[in-house]
Write a new protein. Structure first.
Length: 160
């Protein structure tokens, strides 16, 4: 049986989610089940609608309410992120997919909503067959040590 891996896509530019989704698309092409949990992503409703069409093979979950980020009390964001994290732990505990995409989770560590130890907990509990993909703007050193694959996405040229 294939051994699952930890992959990280990080950097300040765009494209991290797109790469993770591409990996998920490849996985469903290989008849694997994919679960994607989005953290701190308020403005992707069109992408979400498209990905929902791939259910049940590619399931996507968001725990944050759809609203402008600047209007949100910190405690409310913390609770939503904690709910998403607890759901991710449940997915790992039950082993209900072969690929788990934790989109934006590294930003949660950067902003203090999660601790690096929280990520170590999920990584440590993952079943051997499961791939986990982490995305975000930063790369915590301790998490880098646990990953088999690390990609920094850097924009050479970017026009809005």
């Amino acid at each position: 049986m294939r051994q699952g891996q930890i992959s990280i896509y990080y950097g300040m530019g765009k494209g991290k989610t797109a790469v993770a989704v591409g990996r998920g698309m490849r996985a469903i092409g290989e008849e694997k089940r994919v679960v994607m949990i989005q953290f701190l992503d308020y403005h992707n409703s069109k992408e979400i609608a498209l990905l929902k069409k791939l259910e049940p093979d590619f399931r996507i979950f968001r725990f944050e309410k759809d609203r402008a980020a600047e209007d949100v009390p910190g405690a409310e964001i913390f609770n939503e992120i904690r709910n998403a994290f607890n759901f991710a732990k449940k997915i790992v505990d039950t082993g209900e997919c072969e690929m788990l995409l934790l989109d934006g989770i590294l930003e949660c560590v950067e902003k203090g909503y999660l601790q690096e130890s929280d990520l170590h907990e999920i990584i440590g509990k993952r079943p051997d067959f499961m791939d986990i993909i982490l995305t975000g703007t930063i790369l915590p050193a301790g998490i880098a040590e646990e990953a088999e694959n690390i990609y920094q996405l850097v924009a050479e040229k970017e026009k809005e």
